[in-house]
Design a protein around this ligand. Structure first.
Ligand code: SAH
Length: 375
């Protein structure tokens, strides 16, 4: 493999350029999988980063050119019955002022978003018992009726299959539910004993079966995470074959049990994005807000390392600070239009282009290999 595809990485991040391309990134590019031992080798050192980024960018260009898709994020409730140890909106955080947007307010966000060119609305929130199925069904149906040409994405945690089905039938198309970590003991270290990895994974399988386009993902650098955990995350995703994979660094929140833990590293997060792009060439990968929070140019780096989606905030400014998943979360002060323009600038500066269509995942070009995942 020659380096003529790699100009994009030469002037950013300072990843050292090796004299010849290493074998492991080229092998991952070719086969879309590696053995556990080989993955460990890639994850634990920075010596392959230049090659990984160059190849990941070439693959994203093969599928998506320079296109970056938009998702308008509406954080509609910060009430949550769960108590995930890393999360700032956990039930146990009594210092947080809680809010719940009304149907009217959510529809207003959609209107603003539509005018700004968004063709996907993501309704994200805590697992809020005050937003029961009936309310969600009614809301989704209204959005569907008003915006026929838009995708409706839901993301508010674990629900019974019959609820997911009812949301789908009322017009929702996509669901985001990160598995967070695929390693069982690690899952127990990050969550209260009332939560269960298998239950969360079953939700993802149910969503797929119902017909949703599914997004999953994991935290990078969460407390107690090992390389083995990350490898298991990749294996689970190979098994699940989602349409979107969102990852971001763990960031400490002052009012959680993990307040003293270090944030997930930028470099490792970028490396994992490139590895994901090579394993799953055609999927949607967001450059997340968490990435932009640990580094002022984190999202731009994410795009150059293989991400192809950004999720500007559409929530009313008055509630933004209250959707505080972690400390110092960015984009909490600007109006929706400012957020849109700020991201447009960032995407352009990174060398890509925002497109305003619905932004579905492209089909996989299957000429390269078909050996399937090793699980
Ligand atoms: N209730 C929904 C949405 C949770 S918030 C659900 O269960 O899916 C969305 C995502 O934010 C989570 O999936 C988690 O990966 C991420 N997140 C939560 N706390 C975080 C933290 N401290 N640092 C980084 N990401 C965090």
């Amino acid at each position: 493999m020659s380096y003529n595809l790699a100009s994009v990485v030469e002037n950013f991040t300072g990843f050292p350029r090796p004299a010849v391309m290493h074998e492991l990134p080229a092998l991952l590019h070719k086969n879309r999988t590696l053995s556990d031992e080989e993955l460990k080798g890639l994850i634990e050192t920075d010596q392959f980063d230049f090659d990984l980024v160059a190849l990941a960018d070439s693959v994203r260009r093969e599928y998506y050119g320079t296109d970056v898709y938009l998702r308008g994020l509406i954080e509609f409730t910060n009430y949550c019955r769960n108590n995930c140890l890393y999360c700032g909106i956990r039930n146990g955080n009594q210092t947080l002022e809680r809010y719940r947007l009304s149907e009217e307010e959510i529809l207003d966000c959609c209107k603003t978003g539509y005018e700004l060119g968004y063709r996907t609305f993501v309704l994200q929130g805590g697992d809020d018992p005050g937003y029961g199925d009936e309310k969600i069904i009614k809301l989704v149906a209204k959005i569907r009726e008003r915006y026929e040409d838009c995708a409706i994405t839901l993301s508010f945690g674990e629900k019974p299959a019959k609820s997911y089905r009812a949301f789908f039938e009322s017009g929702a198309d996509r669901y985001l539910l990160r598995h967070e970590t695929a390693n069982e003991p690690h899952y127990r270290q990050l969550h209260p004993q009332t939560m269960d990895l298998k239950k969360r994974q079953d939700c993802l399988w149910n969503l797929k079966e119902i017909g949703y386009e599914v997004g999953s993902g994991f935290l990078v650098g969460s407390p107690y995470q090992t390389t083995q955990c990350l490898i298991e995350d990749l294996r689970f995703l190979q098994h699940l074959q989602p349409d979107m994979i969102g990852i971001g660094p763990f960031i400490a929140h002052h009012a959680t049990p993990f307040h003293d833990f270090a944030n997930g590293p930028l470099r490792l997060t970028l490396r994992m994005i490139s590895i994901l792009r090579l394993m799953f060439p055609n999927i949607l990968i967001p450059a997340t807000t968490a990435l932009g929070t640990i580094d002022p140019h984190g999202r731009e780096h994410g795009l150059r390392c293989g991400a192809n989606v950004v999720m500007p905030n559409l929530s009313p400014v008055a509630v933004r600070k209250k959707y505080e998943l972690y400390d110092n979360k960015i984009c909490t002060g600007e109006e929706a239009a400012e957020c849109r323009h700020c991201l447009e600038r960032r995407v352009t500066n990174a060398g890509y282009k925002i497109v305003t269509h619905i932004g579905n995942a492209k089909p996989l070009i299957s000429s390269r290999r078909e050996t399937g995942p090793q699980s």
